[in-house]
Design a binder for this molecule. Structure first.
Ligand code: ZN
Length: 489
């Protein structure tokens, strides 16, 4: 039986966070009444109004091209991509066909400490289309409704090379892309709201072959989970087709989330079908080197640089670095904790287990937590100095998570400070020993387990507030002393 290699390339569309559309002044705000954010330019009405390029959208696209390690074009121009579809008011889409904004870039994905480069073939700026809605299922709906509020919203398309080998790699690539674009602040990348959309070109080929197999294009995946599920399903389907001796039909397929299957929609367009030509209404501009250079200086520290810094500067394991740089907010939170208490591994442990655990359980994101980075830093400092035990720190953390209060305030209010005073501890140790003569005997007859029991009793007596290390030391000293008395006598 032949074994197949999966070959996947992703086309990702991202709406840019500009106030206005790409070639007119209409608002891009999400959620307005249908067809209220439109004008003759974005509706393609006949008349004398000409498109005018939104400079911010061009800047954002150049920013993304630089962040994704692309070569930026020096010739800023736009072309018409002609096709007929109900969501396209002008009968053509303004896009960058001949001179994409960026080419030949890459993104790095990390998996189990390994790094893999996924090539970016090109990145370009274009207009979004209108939005069609249907009654229930697209295939059986008696009508299509169209909302042109989205028509003309600046959209960036990022086309990967066919370097992706599994559904899991596709998900990692997509997540990485989202992280980078969110770090840049140029898109909110919400798949559920459609501000990030993903189509997957999927094909299989015999292992060892360098030729590409016949591919299908998979659409309508509206979450990271459905990208993963959709690709898994389509790979299985093509595998079955090939094993039965048939060949894969090149076509566009629709992912049905509810049924968990992909279905044929239409045969695939090839680029010649679009009859692209330069848009005569938008004269080309040189993308001045100085302009591109100034955009470059506005790029913040990106996830890969942060990832390397967290490993090299803080000595974190790759896994920790990967989790902590997974979002800009989380990485900033971590840096914030360290600014207050510089113990990188302790801070990482607390954030990854306690903070992320609580956020997950509460179903909220890092930006919604009431805990401030310096408050967590303070808490870790109290543990580090031995003023409270790790166990008490966890209960203080609970309270901080619920109320956002300062750890010192919570500790003061609840009287939770650790007991490290030797006089106080001596009294408690004596009392516990007097109350447990059998344990004392057991210990001296060689049953070392008795020590643990006695420590436990002392911790119980102090409601967990005794400094456990100190208790251990003091108790052992005391027991040794008692033993020498008994042997002398
Ligand atoms: Zn408009």
């Amino acid at each position: 039986m032949p074994e197949f290699e999966t070959v996947i390339g992703l086309e990702v569309h991202v709406e840019l966070l500009t106030q206005t559309k790409l070639f007119c002044g209409c608002s891009t705000a999400f959620g307005a009444e249908p067809n209220t954010q439109v004008c003759p330019v974005c509706l393609g009405l006949p008349g004398g109004t000409l498109p005018r390029l939104n400079k911010t959208a061009a800047e954002y696209t150049i920013k993304a091209a630089l962040a994704l390690n692309c070569k930026v074009t020096s010739h800023l121009s736009f072309d018409r991509k002609n096709y007929f579809y109900a969501d396209l008011p002008k009968g053509f889409q303004i896009s960058q066909f001949f001179y994409p904004m960026g080419t030949n870039g890459y993104v790095e994905i990390h998996r189990n400490g390994e790094t893999k480069k996924i090539g970016i073939r090109q990145l370009h700026l274009e207009e979004d289309t209108g939005k069609l809605s249907h009654f229930g299922d697209i295939m059986s709906s008696p009508f299509s409704r169209v909302d042109f509020n989205r028509a003309g919203v600046p959209l960036m398309e990022i086309v990967s090379d066919p370097d992706i080998r599994s559904a899991e790699e596709a998900r990692l690539y997509l997540q990485k892309l989202r992280t980078i674009l969110c770090y840049l602040g140029i898109s909110d990348c919400k798949m559920e709201e459609g501000s990030m959309r993903c189509d997957a070109n999927i094909s299989l080929r015999p292992v060892g072959s360098s030729e590409l197999g016949k591919k299908t294009e998979l659409k309508n995946m509206n979450s990271f989970r459905s990208v993963f599920r959709g690709i898994e399903y389509e790979v299985e389907r093509q595998c079955t087709v090939l094993l039965s001796g048939d060949s894969v039909i090149p076509e566009t397929r629709h992912w049905d989330e509810a049924k968990g299957v992909t279905r044929a929609m239409r045969s695939k367009f090839v680029s010649a079908d679009y009859r692209c030509f330069p848009d005569p209404n938008i004269p080309p501009l040189p993308a001045a080197e100085a302009w591109v250079a100034s955009i470059k200086t506005s790029i913040p520290e990106l996830p890969d640089a942060k990832y390397s810094r967290f490993i090299e500067e803080y000595g974190l394991p790759p896994y920790d670095a990967e989790v902590l740089t997974g979002s800009k907010e989380l990485a900033e939170f971590y840096d914030g904790v360290l600014a207050f208490y510089n113990e990188p591994k302790a801070a990482s442990n607390w954030i990854m287990s306690e903070l992320l655990g609580h956020l997950n359980a509460a179903g909220i994101g890092i930006s919604e937590t009431k805990i401030k980075p310096e408050a967590l830093g303070k808490l870790l400092q109290l543990v580090g100095k031995g003023e409270i035990s790790g166990k008490i720190a966890k209960s203080v953390f609970e309270e901080m998570f619920a109320t956002g209060e300062d750890p010192a305030v919570i500790i003061g209010k609840k009287g939770l400070t650790q007991i490290s005073d030797e006089d106080t501890l001596t009294k408690i140790i004596n009392a516990v020993l007097a109350a447990n003569p059998q344990s004392l005997k057991d210990y001296h007859s060689g049953k070392k387990k008795a020590l643990g029991f006695l420590v436990g009793q002392i911790m119980k007596e102090t409601k967990g507030q005794a400094n456990p290390q100190l208790v251990n030391e003091m108790l052992q000293k005391k027991l040794k002393k008692l033993k020498s008395y008994t042997t002398e006598a």
